[in-house]
Design a protein. Structure first.
Length: 440
């Protein structure tokens, strides 16, 4: 047997990228690669990049600059860039940093083994096309090695919404949904390997419309299909757009016991004027009405969101409308970002808000969201919740898992084993987690 070659993947950004990195490691496993967590030990380094954060491409170029010395020390080392920066920059990456051997966009990961072989033969490899063939199917046929009792399952990729600030429709392409039967097969396969909770992933997951046995199938119908998979106990999905929260999906939150009481529903702004300029195609009122309907279906649902401060032309009054909306919704948790320009998107061309104003607003917004998060966590104290245990904690005898509401929960002196779902009484709340006692 030849020595396994070592693969180091550095993952940036979203859960989609974490998932993609796992699939890439599997695909390259077939080429004799084994993963390492040390860059200086690797024969192949992949930077799986994300374009969402500010100056993403520049950060990748400086990281590549730092990796140059590894390549000087080990001339056989191959370096690749994957993910959304690869898609957006393409051959430009190899022009600016000639030691890069491989550039692969998210639509072409199934070609990695073939591209890697090309690189080993001393050539450069570039693939940032959007091919018609279904890359999911090719990647999917490889054995899965889930890590622990929870797993992500991509059901949909890309987005047709074209929010004025966002690069996803350009980097990930048009919205594509996987067929239902393939998803159910993959879910059963994951469950056989010990998975008890599946998070359905997609940039615009609730726009899902994959082919079913009887025509196109909605996300709610897919969830009901997964509900019948024995051994699968919990279902989640992320990320959603308010306009795709259909009646059947809202109803499923009330009727499907495996669907967990958590909804990540980005709104970005509470000002109708800004929402229009963002091309969100919804208003603050229509968003609030979705929240009201989902709470009618599932009163204890925890709502999470995404916000942007300092979007071009945002005034103090617009920002106040966002704070008002937050007060009205009361978020259990949230993600918030200062607007940053993405070249090529419509908002990049508009009058920018001074960065210090955007920062001050972000601070004020986060202070309010943190207060709401703490209040939500404190309200859990004294309650008994279901916890799926994922890993041992730092202290002896401690176990860590996630509650139905996706709170991290630490439990000492539990009889729990990894993969078990137990009742836990919540005793206290920390900054980002809860602590409780095992009930049974
Ligand atoms: N500037 C700031 N935040 C952004 N997001 C997406 N694009 C930008 C940008 N240009 C945020 C949105 C989105 C989340 C994934 O990232 O809030 O919902
Ligand atoms: Fe980007 Fe989400 Fe808007 Fe699609 S819906 S363009 S992924 S922010």
């Amino acid at each position: 047997m030849p020595e396994p070659k070592k693969l180091f993947i550095k993952t940036y950004g979203c859960q989609m990228n974490v998932y993609d990195s796992e699939r890439m490691a599997e695909a390259l496993g077939g080429q004799g690669y084994e993963e390492t967590d040390r860059a200086d030990d690797a024969d192949l380094i992949l930077l799986n990049t994300c374009h969402i954060r500010e100056k993403a491409a520049e950060k990748i170029y400086s990281e590549l600059g730092r990796m140059k010395k590894l390549k000087l020390a080990k001339p056989n080392l191959k370096i690749g860039v994957t993910g959304c920066v690869a898609q957006a920059e393409g051959v430009e990456i190899m022009r600016r940093q000639p030691m890069v051997d491989l550039v692969v966009g998210p639509q072409s990961y199934h070609r990695l083994p073939e591209l890697e072989a090309k690189v080993q033969a001393g050539e450069k490899a570039l693939d940032t096309d959007f091919p018609d063939e279904d890359k999911f199917e090719i990647l999917k046929s490889r054995p899965k090695t889930p890590h622990g009792p929870t797993a992500f399952l991509t059901v949909q990729e890309g987005c047709d919404k074209f929010c004025a600030f966002c690069v996803v429709p350009y980097t990930r392409g048009a919205e594509v949904s996987r067929p239902v039967a393939r998803i159910l097969d993959e879910a059963r396969n994951l469950v056989e390997r010990g998975v008890r909770e599946i998070t359905l992933l997609g940039q615009n997951v609730n726009a899902y419309h994959g082919a079913g046995s009887d025509g196109d199938c909605s996300l709610a119908q897919l969830i009901w299909g997964l509900d019948k998979v024995d051994g699968l106990e919990r279902i989640r999905y992320t990320t959603s757009h308010p306009n795709d929260m259909s009646d059947d999906l809202i109803a499923a939150h009330g009727d499907c016991t495996k669907l967990m009481p958590y909804l990540h529903l980005p709104v970005q702004s509470g000002s109708n004027r800004i929402l229009k300029r963002m091309n969100r195609n919804h208003t603050a009122e229509s968003y609030l009405s979705v929240i009201e309907r989902i709470r009618a279906a599932r009163p204890d649902i925890l709502i999470s969101g995404d916000f942007i401060t300092g979007f071009p032309e945002e005034t103090d009054a617009d920002f106040q409308a966002t704070l008002d909306l937050i007060q009205e919704v009361h978020y259990g948790t949230a993600y918030s970002f200062k607007y940053s320009t993405r070249p090529g998107t419509p908002a990049a061309e508009r009058a920018q808000v001074p960065p210090e104003v955007a920062s001050d607003r972000l601070q004020a917004l986060q202070a309010l969201l943190t207060k709401q998060q703490q209040a939500t966590q404190n309200a859990m104290i004294g309650r008994e919740v279901g916890v799926l245990f994922e890993r041992p904690g730092r202290d002896p005898g401690q176990m860590v898992g996630k509650s139905d509401h996706l709170h991290a929960v630490h439990v000492t002196h539990s009889n729990a084993r990894i993969g078990a779902i137990s009742r836990v009484r919540i005793l206290s709340s920390g900054t980002n987690s809860l602590a409780g006692e095992w009930v049974g």
